[in-house]
Each structure stands twice: as structure tokens, then as C-alpha cells.
Design a protein around this ligand. Structure first.
Ligand SMILES: Cc1ncc(COP(=O)(O)O)c(C=O)c1O
Length: 454
């Protein structure tokens, strides 16, 4: 027996698994595998290149013990650098932009990084941009090294040395298509270079966003500033041409919308059990957009860059999704309860008189209520039912108990039911459903509430 351990956390970087996708790619003829980079210690693929940039800088004497590493990063590269810095004893300062998840910034601070948040909507050469601030700091702080993941070619070299060979070995050289979201271009260029050296026929598809310059530049050679506008997707697309993007290795760029990327990421979580970042969804959506070009004989590898925990307040938050118009078809009962100021359930005792019941409905401004007996719901009563009783019953008696005129109980419906599906429960005017929230508190949702929410 031998002790089995790594000498430090950096030794666990790489050798991530390939996982076959099933439900989310049922419409795609090819076999589709995800390279799940969340298994890296910083939960993203960027651990690979972060360590490489730091170690190459050490070898070149660009940083000495006790020095400061500076980087502009949307979070993942920062996390990789922070892990390397923690083990190797460097300080780190990160500049990021105000579009990034708060979770990402908090995580960088948690691993000892100083984070400076810069505005997104300024040009890269503006002194306030996160590129310019990083560059300025690197000039001011002695013994500091600015990694500059965009133009530092150690970035793509890391993928040439690790990601590419891993995929080649794991697929026994049978990979036919590599699909990768492109930001700095390091992942796609390094991995593609290695794979194309093994088999030049492997197709390399880059995933781009609307609002980024890559696709047009690749297809026309023109850097078109009109292509640049703000977008929501994180990690991919650029308003610059980083040196790490080797356009000659990329066969096609596919643009994916913010909504499609977000929806596909949610699908990966719910239907494959893969809780991944935004760009993973974009990459999957890109494959589905391109499915007509794939056959049964193809073996597609999609790189899944990072973990979903960094997006819980964003793509995995229904309110965030709905605010951006991404979830318009999926309004659920719990959203309706959140929106309404009052869905409190007022109950009527079955022994109460019809008169008392009417008084309660008037006081509370409600049109229907469940009827209870000894704490249990036994029926329902509505203004419509009381009116029918008053109009149709010759011997009407307002002192008679509600029990005699009540109708069947309102259906109890799961709080996650979509509003669309509520139709089957709401059969006639005035009817409602009862919903229990996570704290077991009952709420009533009426036909009127549903109409208002729509
Ligand atoms: C979540 C995510 N996806 C995709 C990418 C793009 O990878 P690359 O910079 O290697 O092109 C990044 C890079 O920052 C990222 O953080």
C-alpha cells in the first residue's frame, strides 16, 4: 500500500471527464460528449491556462517570490490564478467588469484576491476599462506581472499541452467536431491546434454571441465596430481581437442568442444533471443550431467551461430570467404568489351561517374561500354559489350553515405548476386552486389572479 495524495491542489488540474449528453441532444444524430471542466479545482477550465501563465512568467523571470499577479478577468481566470498564487505565495489583484455575476466577484475575494470592478460599456482603450486599469497597475506596482490572458500565448499553449491531448486520448482519436465558446480564444486555438495536427479533418466550431466581432471578422476579414453592442452572455464574445484566437484553425463561428444560451444551460441542469455556466448552454445551443450538418457517424465534443454555482443569481434565477424576457412562456404559480401582495388563505368554518360567510367575504374583499371542518378542508364557497342559492332557492335561509350549500374543495396544486397548466384545474368561473409554499403556508390562486398575471 502506498499513500495516495497530491502535493498541492495545483496537481489536480486537468484530466476532466467526458460525459455523454442524452436528453438535451435527442434531436441530434451524432454522439455528443461534454468535456466537463468543472472538475478542475477552481471549477473551470481556466485553471489550466492560469497555472501555465504563472509558471511561464516564473521561468522567464517576470515575477519573483512575494510579487503581485494582476489580471483582467471575468472570474474564472482569476480563480485559477488565485489558486496558483495561494500555493506559490503571490498577491493578486483582479480587474473585472460590472456585467459579471456578483457571485464571481465574491468568490475571487474569498480566495484572497483584491477585486476592482470597472465599467463594461466603455471602449477597451478607455482609461476606465478593465484592460487599461490592469495595465496601469502593472506599471505602477513593483515586482508585479500582468498575465494579460488575451494576448499571452501561454494561454493557448496550456490547451495545446493538456486539453487537446486529453480529448484525443479519451475519444481514441475518433472525435470529428470540437465545439467551444470563444472569449480570449485560448481554449479553442490550443485544443484545435493539437487535434488538427493529429487529424486535419476534425471540424472546429467556435461559439460566438450577438454583440461580438468574431464571426464577421472570421468570415470577411473586417473588424466591424457595428457588430459591437452590449449582451448578457458571460465568458464568450469580444469587442477586440485577442492574439490567442487563431482564426485559421476555426472552421465556423456560430452565434447564439442570450436567451438560447441561458435556456440550454437550464436544460443541461434539469435534464442531464449538469449544473454548468452560461457559455456551456451557448455551446450546446450552437450544436443544436448546427445539427443538420451532423450525421450518426460523428463524434462531437463540446467544452463546458465552468460551473453553474457562479450563475445562481442569474440564469438559474427565474425572476432574473423573466426580467430579461427569457422565461415568458414559463410563468409558474410561485412567481404569481411572489408578485401578489396578498394570497393569504381565508377559511370559512362549515358551521358558520351563510350570512357570516358573506360578511367575511365582504370584509376581506374575497370572492371565494375554502370551507373547513375541524381544521380540514371539506369544501369551497364562492360569491357565485351564494348568488345562485339566493336566486334559485324559494326557501332561502341566510342563517343556515355554509355546509349545506358548499361545493367540492378547490384542487391542491403544486407550487411549481406552470400557469399554462392551471387551465385544467380551473374549470368554471369563480373557481380557484390552493397551493402550499415551502413553509407549508397555504395560498389561494383565483382565476382573476391568473388573468392579472397574464
Ligand atoms: C465561462 C467561460 N466560457 C468560455 C470562455 C472562453 O474561453 P477562452 O477565453 O479560452 O476563449 C471563458 C473565458 O473567460 C469563460 O470564462
Amino acid at each position: 500500500m502506498q499513500l495516495m495524495y497530491y502535493n498541492n491542489i495545483l496537481e489536480t488540474i486537468g484530466n476532466t471527464p467526458l460525459v455523454k449528453l442524452n436528453a438535451t441532444v435527442s434531436s441530434v444524430k451524432a454522439t455528443v460528449l461534454g468535456k466537463v471542466e468543472t472538475f478542475n479545482p477552481g471549477h473551470s477550465i481556466k485553471d489550466r491556462m492560469a497555472l501555465k501563465m504563472v509558471e511561464d512568467a516564473e521561468k522567464a523571470g517576470k515575477i519573483k517570490p512575494g510579487g503581485t499577479i494582476i489580471e483582467c478577468t471575468s472570474g474564472n481566470t482569476g480563480m485559477g490564478i488565485a489558486l496558483a498564487a495561494a500555493v506559490k505565495g503571490y498577491k493578486c489583484i483582479f480587474t473585472t467588469n460590472d456585467k459579471q455575476s456578483k457571485e464571481k466577484v465574491d468568490l475571487l475575494r474569498a480566495v484572497g484576491g483584491e477585486v476592482i470592478v470597472c465599467p463594461t460599456n466603455v471602449t477597451p482603450d478607455d482609461p476606465r476599462s478593465y484592460y487599461s486599469v490592469a495595465e496601469k497597475l502593472s506599471k505602477e506596482i513593483p515586482n508585479s506581472f500582468w498575465c494579460n490572458q488575451y494576448d499571452n500565448l501561454s494561454n493557448r499553449q496550456a490547451h495545446y499541452e493538456s486539453t487537446g491531448p486529453e480529448i484525443w486520448t479519451q475519444t481514441e482519436g475518433k472525435i470529428t467536431h470540437l465545439v467551444v465558446g470563444v472569449g480570449t480564444g485560448g481554449t479553442i486555438s490550443g485544443t484545435a491546434k493539437y487535434l488538427k495536427e493529429q487529424n486535419p479533418d476534425i471540424k472546429i466550431w467556435g461559439i460566438d454571441t450577438y454583440g461580438s466581432v468574431f464571426k464577421k471578422y472570421h468570415e470577411t476579414g473586417e473588424f466591424d465596430e457595428k457588430e459591437i453592442y452590449p449582451y448578457i452572455t458571460e465568458g464568450i464574445g469580444e469587442d477586440i481581437l485577442p492574439k490567442n484566437v487563431d482564426f485559421t484553425l476555426i472552421d465556423h463561428f456560430e452565434k447564439v442568442s442570450d436567451k438560447d444560451g441561458a435556456m440550454a444551460a437550464r436544460d443541461l441542469a434539469c435534464r442531464e444533471g449538469l449544473l454548468l455556466g452560461y457559455s456551456a448552454g451557448s455551446a450546446l445551443a450552437g450544436v443544436i443550431q448546427m445539427k443538420e450538418q451532423l450525421t450518426e457517424d460523428d463524434l462531437v465534443v463540446i467544452i463546458f467551461h465552468d460551473h453553474g454555482s457562479r450563475y445562481v443569481g442569474k440564469i438559474y434565477n427565474d425572476d432574473w430570467m423573466r426580467d430579461r424576457g427569457f422565461l415568458d412562456t414559463e410563468l409558474k404559480i410561485y412567481n404569481l404568489i411572489n408578485q401578489k401582495s396578498n394570497t393569504e388563505l381565508y377559511e370559512v368554518e362549515s358551521s358558520h351561517s351563510i350570512e357570516e360567510c358573506l360578511q367575511l367575504m365582504k370584509n376581506k374583499d374575497i370572492s371565494q374561500a375554502p370551507v373547513t371542518k375541524e381544521g380540514k378542508i371539506v369544501g369551497s364557497i364562492s360569491l357565485t354559489r351564494i348568488l345562485a342559492y339566493l336566486l334559485e332557492e324559494p326557501n332561502k335561509d341566510m342563517t343556515g350553515s355554509v355546509e349545506h350549500i358548499m361545493e367540492s374543495p378547490f384542487p391542491i396544486v403544486d407550487i411549481n405548476t406552470s400557469i399554462k397548466d392551471l387551465n385544467k384545474y380551473i374549470e368554471k368561473e369563480g373557481q380557484a386552486v390552493v397551493v402550499y409554499d415551502n413553509l407549508s403556508q397555504a395560498h389561494i390562486v383565483t382565476q382573476y389572479d391568473i388573468i392579472q398575471s397574464l
